[in-house]
Design a protein around this ligand. Structure first.
Ligand code: UN1
Length: 497
């Protein structure tokens, strides 16, 4: 580990972190670094990280390509053992890593610890998955032929991850990539490099051979771009914005790379007239506001039956106005900052624009004072009477903003829910089994919840969206094997007697 202590403005000792390439921690080839500051307080310097470029990407891809020759033929049991060990190591570090995640990303400490715990579970799940059958045996036209399939790795895989789940998403991409015999170049979001370093450390400390997993920190332009364009990188798995996703589609198509995209959402929660409103309230508010609304699975549209719309909207307003915004490390805080100042300004100006466009702002939406001026804080916002076809009804804001859309019938609720370009997750709250079943059948979403919030993804089931929310491939569960492997069909005939 390159750890040259430097001093922050405030005098605190700050570590410098390098890239992890070919089993060694080293500074960026050009020697450049960039600072990472807490979104809750910009005066707090978290660390100094390698600001890498094409030369570092080239070295990382070369190391991964070299390691692939051996790793691809290693026993899946060996790989499983390493993932298990990494899970145990990370588990022992949950309190520190969860806390660092919170300092770096801004979600509450409970969420930071929860997400780190989830990464441990994901590592364990894929350790088990590595030991599952990886092919099928078939009958052949020739009764003597042994005809079977195997699932083989793809090669060097580029993993490009977002800042909003800085450990869970890297875990659910990297763990299966490694479990199935690929080698990896990992480019984490430039806003959350420390959590990425901690995740890689757990795997390195578990005995992953040099070059199997390589970490390169830096910007999308200087690291992401050369990585996805590198002809030696066979596949790319990306979670992030639709804009970057669109550029990746082109880059991957041009050179025939396998591509997996997890993109945005505009996820609805439908609340019908017969729902348990207190129960629905808890789930809609948590779905919309936890992680400061920065989940691609966050609830951003509450589609409410008109018979209860006024009452439920009042309940929402009261609950949302009462959410405690503050330092995410403090136990009573429910809503931390957004990821950075730019995001906070963007969300606050989207709220203004929605007001101008005629939506009725009931609570929140402004920057927060009260000693929080040095952080990216925005008060959680609720809008009433959102027009389904307005920007607020259609576009992903990626912040703590919920819009209520009243509807007159289940049919109208379904039409509104489906009339967006996204299709990631969706919820309905009702006691009516028939309506719940109709919703599960008709909703255009990859993840469907009845009587629970839109976010959440258990590691052993497929996760991903329909329509503009993904590239139609799924992550986690058995679906991960499909993306991170390719099929080989083998015919073996006995030699002539
Ligand atoms: C979750 O809902 O817990 O970036 C996971 C995101 C999603 C992951 C959501 N890809 O928010």
């Amino acid at each position: 580990m390159v750890a040259t202590p430097t001093r922050a403005d405030s005098g605190q000792a700050v570590e410098t972190f390098g890239n992890y390439i070919g089993g060694e921690w080293r500074p960026a080839a050009g020697g450049e670094t960039s600072e990472n500051r807490s979104p809750a307080n910009w005066d707090e310097l978290i660390g100094v990280f390698a600001s890498s470029g094409a030369e570092d990407v080239d070295a990382a891809v070369a190391a991964a390509a070299e390691a692939y020759h051996t790793w691809r033929f290693s026993s899946p049991i060996t790989r499983a053992n390493i993932l298990h060990k990494a899970a145990n190591i990370l588990e022992g570090r949950i309190p520190e890593v969860g806390r660092e995640l919170t300092r770096e990303e801004g979600k509450t400490l409970k969420e930071g610890i929860g997400e780190t715990t989830r990464a441990v579970q994901i590592l364990r799940y894929f350790a088990g998955e590595a030991q599952q059958p990886s092919g099928e045996h078939y009958p052949s036209a020739n009764p003597l032929t042994l005809l079977y399939t195997t699932r083989e790795p793809l090669g060097v895989v580029g993993i490009v991850t977002p800042w909003n789940f800085p450990i869970a998403i890297p875990a659910w991409k990297i763990a299966p990539a490694l479990a199935f015999g690929n080698t990896v170049v990992f480019k984490p979001a430039s806003l959350t490099p420390l959590t990425a370093v901690r995740f890689v450390e757990a795997l390195a400390d578990a005995g992953l051979p040099p070059g199997v997993l390589n970490l390169v920190t830096g910007s999308a332009a200087n690291v992401g771009d050369p990585l996805v364009r590198d002809a030696r990188v066979t596949a790319i798995s990306f979670t992030g914005s639709n804009e970057t996703g669109a550029a990746l589609r082109k880059a991957a198509a041009e050179r025939g790379a396998k591509l997996q995209l997890e993109l945005g959402g505009k996820n609805p929660a439908i609340v019908l007239g017969d729902a348990d409103l207190d129960h629905a309230l808890g789930h809609v508010v948590s779905g919309a506001m936890m992680s400061t609304g920065q989940k691609c699975t966050a609830t951003s549209r509450a589609i409410i039956d008109r018979s209860i719309a006024d009452r439920f909207t009042e309940m929402l307003a009261e609950r949302i106005a009462g959410l405690k915004v503050g330092d995410p490390l403090e136990a009573e805080t429910q809503i931390g900052p957004l990821i950075d100042e730019r995001a906070a300004e963007r969300v606050a100006s989207e709220v203004e624009a929605a007001k101008q466009a005629g939506a009725e702002l009931l609570v929140g939406g402004g920057r927060v004072g009260n000693g929080l001026e040095r952080g990216a804080f925005v008060a959680p916002a609720l809008f009433a009477e959102v027009a389904p076809d307005s920007r607020l009804g259609q576009d992903e804001l990626f912040g703590p903003v919920l819009g209520v859309i009243p509807v007159d019938s289940m049919d109208e609720a379904m039409a509104v829910a489906n009339q967006v370009k996204f299709g990631l997750s969706a919820s309905i709250f009702t006691r009516d089994l028939g309506k719940a079943l109709a919703f599960a059948r008709e909703i255009e979403a990859g993840v469907v919840h009845v009587n629970s919030e839109t976010p959440g993804a258990e590691p052993h089931v497929p996760f991903g969206g329909m329509k503009g929310s993904s590239s139609y491939s799924r992550e986690q569960g058995k679906a991960a094997r499909e993306f991170f492997t390719q099929t080989k069909t083998v015919y073996i005939d006995p030699p002539p007697a």
